[in-house]
Design a protein around this ligand. Structure first.
Ligand code: SAH
Length: 354
């Protein structure tokens, strides 16, 4: 049993079953035993590899996209450049290297990281020493702003509901002896949280909601209605939300039981892009269509970038670059599952790539 499993069992014995959101939040962010408090989370030796860790080309393309949006905003100086959940800081380091070539942009940029993990803040500081750190968006200075979040929203705690006999019951996390697992909460006729599009699903269906995602998206959109700016959300998930259980645990690149070793595995859920878009629109921002990562990256020129990099290297280097390009864009790799959504100030010209 992990230390965190003991704490969870004790808490559940005292208080009764907890929501899946509470379980996820404890597993990922517990100050001492939480998953993201470890250093070795990403990369070949970690539990999963994210796009910026696959290839420098990813951050370079995002950097170009941000440069385009900065120009569309009228090249404001200063501009706050905010990343939510920066992981090891690789994406921002690649962005900053790329935008250093855009006259005036790098000089105008003030970098802000929204990061909950102290361990990861330390790693980020090595890569981007000039950044400033925040617990949430509320302390980021007002003004024109560009935001990016890669694989941030999938880590936010979700709640799950199950339909039985025509009613939705919340799926809670309970304990039997030392064993953690799902148990059904009481039925509640309201369940306002279950998405409208999913409410009529047949008995046995599972519905997922991520209230934290909506509130963070509300904050992002509110900022973009008050000041010029754009935000780019990249993650895996649905363009249109559907019933289904996407709660998953990953450890050392393998799927594992999410209740077996709390704190030792990454826990995520698919992002419902249509619901994020709704939250942004409700708060007054403009929202792009949802794009798939493969077509987005190809449209904004990753093919040409790969060619340029390949022309300067040997055969082994060329094979590596081709492999990275495939990993990021092929439909059976990250190209289709991963999606993007741009959220913008009302009236900003449409963003490239969508
Ligand atoms: N963007 C990075 C890392 C993705 S992992 C990459 O692509 O490689 C998720 C990141 O979000 C981690 O940095 C994690 O510590 C952070 N995170 C997760 N939940 C958070 C929260 N509620 N508040 C702030 N940061 C959070």
């Amino acid at each position: 049993m992990t230390e965190l499993a003991k704490l969870l069992v004790r808490r559940i014995e005292a208080e009764g079953p907890i929501s899946l959101a509470d379980y996820m939040a404890m597993c990922l962010m517990h100050p001492k035993h939480g998953y993201y408090q470890k250093e070795r989370v990403f990369g070949a030796k970690g539990d999963f590899i994210t796009a910026p860790e696959v290839s420098q080309m990813f951050g370079e393309m995002i950097g170009l996209w941000l440069a385009d949006r900065w120009a569309a905003m009228g090249s404001p100086n200063p501009v706050q450049l905010v990343e939510l959940g920066p992981g090891r800081g690789t994406l921002m380091a690649d962005i900053l290297r790329t935008i250093a070539r855009v006259p005036g942009f790098a000089a105008a940029v003030q970098v802000h990281f929204v990061e909950a993990s102290l361990q990861l803040r330390a790693l980020q500081k090595e890569k981007v020493p000039a950044a400033r750190w925040h617990d949430d968006l509320s302390t980021v200075p007002a003004g024109p702003c560009l935001m990016v979040a890669n694989e941030f929203f999938d880590a936010l705690p979700i709640r799950q509901y199950e339909k039985r006999d025509g009613l939705w019951f919340e799926r809670l996390v309970g304990a039997e002896g030392d064993m953690l697992g799902f148990t059904l909460g009481p039925a509640d006729a309201k369940f306002a949280l279950v998405p409208e599009s999913v409410k009529a699903a047949p008995n046995g269906s599972i519905a997922e909601v991520c209230p934290t995602a909506f509130s963070i998206m509300g904050d992002i959109a509110a900022r973009l209605t008050a000041h010029a700016g754009a935000a780019l959300v990249i993650d895996y998930g649905y363009a249109r939300s559907a019933p289904g259980d996407t709660f998953q645990a990953l450890k050392a690149h393998q799927y594992t039981d999410p209740f077996a070793e709390p704190g030792a595995a990454d826990l995520t859920a698919h992002v419902a892009f249509d619901r994020l878009a709704d939250a942004a629109r409700e708060a007054g921002a403009d929202v792009s269509p949802v794009a798939e990562q493969g077509s987005f990256l190809m449209t904004i020129g990753i093919g040409a970038r790969a060619q340029a990099l390949a022309s300067r290297t040997d055969e082994a280097g060329q094979a590596r670059i081709l492999g990275e390009l495939k990993r990021l864009t092929a439909p059976d790799e990250m190209g289709q599952l991963f999606k993007l959504l741009a959220i913008q100030s009302p009236g900003l010209p449409p963003a490239p790539g969508f």
